[in-house]
Design a protein around this ligand. Sequence first.
Ligand code: FES
Length: 377
Amino acid sequence: MTDKSKNNDNGASDGSADRVIGTPSPAEGTAIVAGSDDPGAEHPGAYPPEETHAHSEEQQRRAEKTASMWFLIAFLAGIGFFVAYFAFPPNGEGEPAIADPQIGQYSNMALGGTLALALFGIGAGMTVWARWIMPHYEVSTPYDDLSSSSEEKGSFGDFFMRSADESGFTKRPLLRRTLLLSMVPLGLAPIVLLRDTGPLPGDKLKHTLWEDGLRMVVEGTNKPIKEADLAEDGAMITAFPLVEGEGGEHGGEAQHLSLNDQAKTVVLLIKIPEGDFKPGMTEQQMNWTHNGIVAYSKICTHVGCPAALYERGSHRILCPCHQSTFDAADGAKVVFGPAHRPLPQLPIGVDDEGYLIAKGDFSEAVGPTFWDAEKGD
Ligand code: FES
């Protein structure tokens, strides 16, 4: 059934144009052509290694050790991935430690580095295995009927098992076991990463630090904002809530907000001529403004970039990431781009001393839209 001959001898193409990196040189290979006259004939048995393997048994043994070493390195790197994952536990406030950019960069490097080494180790081991241990010959058979007879199917099963023998998978337990060992950590990694999906956020996504009476301060300087600071039509200020330390109620020092709180509370204060507000603004939305000053979350409802550009002539707020555009004179409704919902509005007013204050929390959840962002509590 078989006809074995060296590529060089039978005039077959050297295959250099089709050669895949990591596969042996065709010059070392042997072509085995299955005859078409009797496709169902019993396979005569495993091909003698000296005809199918380009390397001596001793070279194969050395390669076996090298490949196994790579598999062990992959295994250790996989274990390292778990160590790196658990070495950066959640901090005391229940937020992931990687939310801290200082810690996050090391966590990312450790996780990415160990995962890359694990995958590289498996790839390197399999490359050594394929180049030095697996038999190097090509099998071809002419096209005939597409459906296979039961004899052909049986013959294929037989051939498959013999090929498994020849590849060393069944014959070389060290290789097989170290390969499977190297894959165990990678198989378990997704299960461990499920830990990051919990605990459930509850209503945390729908609330921010803003509450009735909190003063608004300028981003960067923490200077409390007065209505007069936005006297000019088209004026715009980026603001945060004034969260005071000891001494409280306006005598205390402004506290530093965490990155999370900054992202959730940041607002754009914009002065719009009162006659420019569109009829689409509801009465409630107009009540949330103060003498033409309106406050919207600065975090784009698409995927959370700062929507930081404001065009005073058209009252459009533009997010530079994907060009979502919101109409500040119409409840920050989306007028262009991929965002689905308006920027949430913050109700504002002034206190006894004329400082701008919040009159409550945002009208909706801030930031990127999620499954029930538009529902109330
Ligand atoms: S994040 Fe603003 S448009 Fe995509």
